[in-house]
Design a binder for this molecule. Structure first.
Ligand SMILES: [Zn+2]
Length: 284
């Protein structure tokens, strides 16, 4: 454990490890499986996991406390009950795993705890929820951008340049409805937002799920983001631990449900990948 001088609250177990958390907003697990993502696939296996919330705000609050999406398989780090990556010392389920790879103390959240442990904490969010200071004030530097992957990557690379250790966070909006991204020609004609639900939910008469037009638009957005990862990863230190996941999924008409913010299996199933950029194993 390296020495730190961040004060009495500083207790990170591995303060020399850089960490990057990336969320593809609303991206379903099956979408990311169907998308051609050779860059992400070259780094790690993507597993299905359960989101810690059904919309952006609670899911990110949970992740900022170390409660990442949880895989059903027993793989450490992918399943925090078998080995936790980031956690708050002495809080909640920290006792279950007996300690996290990055365990920090804070009365606020793990991002604040990392800052107290000497990390530079940098974040950027695409979705409107990242205008809420209760999500962003824990970061030393945060930029709300709207959907703008290239700007977000540039911001993180600039803010982390020459800095160690750091915790960096990016919430990408391209995979959120209406699935727009730079250079996209065709617009999605389907309104997938939860406000399109008629209550009680009625099974849609048209195509749902994989057969719905919106599905292919989210696939295209995920493929676009994969083309942006090389610039991001190449600009970060090789010992950076990376988490790529979604904050929640999306319904495309299954059982009459659309969008997210509701507890449907397609909203709660998200992709999860955890790896080091240099390919070395992470000691759980
Ligand atoms: Zn979201």
């Amino acid at each position: 454990m390296s020495e730190n001088t961040a004060g009495p609250d500083a207790s990170a177990t591995s303060p020399e490890t850089n960490l990057l958390l990336v969320t593809y907003d609303s991206c379903r697990y099956d979408v990311l499986q169907d998308a051609r993502t050779p860059v992400l696939d070259s780094f790690a296996e993507v597993l299905p996991a359960q989101a810690p919330g059904n919309f952006t705000f609670p899911s990110h609050q949970a992740m900022f406390a170390g409660i990442l999406p949880n895989a059903g398989s027993a793989r450490p780090l992918y399943n925090r009950f078998c080995g936790q990556l980031l956690g708050l010392v002495g809080v909640g389920e920290m006792q279950v795993s007996g300690g996290a790879v990055l365990g920090v103390a804070s009365a606020w959240n793990a991002v604040d705890g990392l800052g107290r442990a000497g990390y530079k904490t940098v974040g950027t969010g695409a979705m409107n929820w990242f205008r809420q200071e209760s999500l962003t004030s824990c970061f030393q530097s945060f930029r709300f951008t709207g959907t703008a992957a290239d700007e977000q990557i540039g911001f993180v690379l600039e803010e982390t340049s020459g800095v160690a250790p750091f915790f960096a966070f990016i919430n990408f909006g391209e995979t959120h409805a209406p699935y727009d991204f730079a250079g996209k020609a065709e617009q999605c004609s389907v309104d997938t937002r939860a406000r399109a639900i008629s209550w009680p939910p009625q099974q849609a008469s048209g195509a749902v799920g994989r057969d719905n037009e919106a599905y292919s638009h989210q696939v295209a957005a995920a493929e676009f983001l994969d083309t942006r990862l090389p610039r991001l990863f190449a600009g970060l230190p090789a010992d950076t631990i990376v988490v790529v996941c979604a904050d929640h999924g999306e319904c495309f008409g299954e059982d009459g449900y659309w969008g997210h913010g509701i507890n449907h299996p397609k909203v709660l199933e998200v992709p999860l990948a955890i790896f080091r950029l240099d390919g070395r194993a992470i000691a759980a």
